[in-house]
Design a binder for this molecule. Structure first.
Ligand code: CA
Length: 222
């Protein structure tokens, strides 16, 4: 999953970037409001983690601008403990959730998962597809009751395809969800991951749509 992290504090930003990357997210980290707007215009993200006190343009201005353009991307704001006012303003300007600094990475992760669940209209914490069950919280996968061992990127790809069941996702959409802009990406990286996934979960589930991309069809009862 592709995350835009906007944070000017080097320590916090660096810690968040490496923590979230370890959890399988593709993280682009920018350090001021102008850069945030540039990246939001040019890249596709699934969530924005937005500090409010930023150089050049405040987080609140970035958020207001984003919503005024009609974007409904989930935004989680980061605020200081004593700034109740900022949190209220942030939520009123269209933030979906907030975290008070300092915070725990596990809690941030849980809030990101909750936002993603809400966005996909899913009440359950696990995603079930036929005999396959994936759990975004523990990053575990089971097929017919047996654990399946996936790499973080394979997991993210499978999660993304399952969250978008019934829709074809292009190679570049899938690529964007597993790599940040600074990653060196082989042109056939997505194909290689899909190939490995098929070996692990069976070749039928992920269908290739020639010239377009990949799809997981909706399960019969959906
Ligand atoms: Ca700041």
């Amino acid at each position: 999953m592709r995350v835009l992290l906007v944070e000017d504090d080097e320590m916090l930003g660096g810690g968040l970037q490496s923590g979230l990357t370890q959890d399988g997210y593709a993280v682009d980290w920018v350090k001021d409001g102008d850069a945030a707007e540039l990246f939001l215009r040019t890249e596709e993200y699934e969530i924005v983690i937005l500090d409010l006190g930023l150089p050049k343009k405040s987080g609140l201005e970035v958020l207001k601008h984003l919503r005024s353009e009609g974007s409904d991307i989930p935004v989680l704001i980061l605020t200081a403990r004593d700034s109740v006012d900022d949190r209220v303003k942030g939520l009123d300007c269209g933030a979906d959730d907030y975290m008070i600094k300092p915070f725990d990475l596990d809690e941030l992760n849980a809030r990101i998962r909750a936002l993603m669940r809400r966005r996909s209209g899913r009440a359950e914490t696990v995603i079930t597809h036929g005999e396959l069950i994936i759990d975004p919280a523990s990053h575990t996968v089971q097929l017919r009751g047996e654990p399946v061992d996936l790499s973080p990127r394979e997991f993210t790809l499978l999660e993304k395809l399952l969250e978008s069941r019934g829709r074809v996702l292009s190679r570049s959409q899938l690529e964007q969800s597993i790599y940040s802009w600074k990653d060196e990406v082989d042109s056939n990286a997505v194909e290689v991951h899909i190939h490995h996934l098929r070996k692990k979960i069976g070749s039928e589930m992920i269908r290739t749509v020639r010239g377009v991309g990949y799809i997981i069809d909706k399960a019969p009862k959906e």
